[in-house]
Ligand binder design. Structure first.
Ligand code: TXA
Ligand code: MG
Length: 332
């Protein structure tokens, strides 16, 4: 059984409370823990987040500790109402109103200038802050019940796939956090699109389910993918870390034939195939899509798979957010 190993971990080990988000009282229980400076995982439409009150530096430190997250990787601050953004950000550019009117609440995170009240630990010392209003009733009810914005990185141990169920959260963080609020399975399955609006320009720092085209259509203005290659410091600090990688080796295939060759050429290996179409001659093909990608990575590891072959059809390649996660997993 997995448990605390070092003396330090043993002292800090706690029982993680499981709270099913089925009554208003359950949400209040989770809110009460957060108000007392504890760390609680909660559902959003993208992935589960690891919440703490954004203005409580001690609680925010616990989020970094529980995840094993490097201190130079800033957190997203979550709000339940657009007005509350004024508590965490200043000098909102004109584009901000246009974009939030169309996409908030939703799977979009916007980088703007930080309010001085936001502790430096939240933004890893940066002068900017990431804000998001999740489109998830349980998340919104929780933030309202707490009455404060919540920081929430994905509720996984650093380097693991993001969790899309309460069970995934417990698999990674049991005994390391006070509670998990179970609101079912996340529908989108990959993390929010992250954009920067500093200088009133739209730069996409992390692709997601809200696309470049949707942002351009909503604003009548061009958007660019931030080029991390040219900069010493990646624009989204988190993008430089190993991410989303299962234990199994990831192999990318582009045609049915390539998948079949892989299966034939490696008879002894335990191989899982993910694709969005049936593969001739292959029995055990699981669906490749954003909603279940991370769950499939976790399942493949649990089943002892040595290799995961992903068929990147043209549809899949057209989904920039999904391809970004697949390529990162393959690079890990
Ligand atoms: O869908 C999501 O965004 C989920 C849910 C829980 O809301 N959260 C999430 O958080 O994915 P996290 O911490 O795993 O990813 C946040 C990303 C990181 O790549 C981080 O470096 C970047 O956003 N980020 C945060 N603040 C930033 C800032 N001020 N400037 C640039 N990038 C920032
Ligand atoms: Mg993350």
């Amino acid at each position: 059984m997995a448990g605390p190993h070092t003396i330090g971990e043993r002292i800090q080990a706690m029982t993680t409370e499981y709270i099913a988000a089925v009554t208003p009282k359950a949400v209040c229980r989770a809110a009460d823990l957060l108000q007392r400076g504890e760390v609680v995982a909660f559902p959003t439409e993208t992935v589960y987040g690891l919440g703490a009150v954004a203005f409580n530096s001690v609680a925010v430190r616990k989020v970094f500790d529980a995840k094993g997250r490097p201190a130079d990787n800033p957190l997203i601050v979550h709000v339940a109402a657009v007005e509350d953004i004024h508590r965490i950000a200043v000098r909102l550019p004109p584009l901000f109103g246009v974009i939030t009117a169309r996409f908030f609440p939703g799977p979009l995170t916007i980088i703007v200038d930080k309010h001085p009240d936001v502790p430096d630990i939240v933004t890893a010392g940066l002068p900017s802050v990431a804000v998001r209003m999740p489109a998830h009733d349980v998340a919104l009810a929780l933030i309202r019940a707490v009455g404060e914005p919540l920081v929430a990185p994905s509720a996984n141990r650093s380097g693991r796939p993001s969790p899309t169920s309460a069970q995934h959260v417990l698999d990674d963080l049991d005994t390391r956090i006070a509670a998990v609020l179970d609101g079912g399975i996340c529908t989108i399955g990959i993390e929010s699109t992250v954009i920067s609006l500093r200088g009133n320009q739209i730069a996409i720092l992390r692709p997601g389910s809200i696309t470049k085209e949707e942002l351009e259509e909503a604003t009548g203005q061009g958007a660019v993918y931030a080029d991390m290659g040219k900069s010493e410091v990646p624009v989204a600090p988190g993008m430089k870390y190993r991410h989303y990688a299962p234990q199994a080796r990831i192999i990318l295939a582009h045609t049915q034939q390539e998948v079949q060759q892989r299966l034939q050429g490696a008879r002894m290996k335990v191989i899982r195939v993910l694709a969005n179409e049936p593969i001739e001659g292959a029995e055990d093909v699981r669906l490749l899509c954003a909603a279940t990608l991370y769950a499939e990575f976790r399942q493949a590891d649990a089943d002892g798979m040595e290799e995961i072959v992903l068929l990147c059809s043209s549809d899949i390649q057209g989904d920039k957010g999904l391809m970004n996660r697949i390529l990162k997993a393959a690079a890990g």
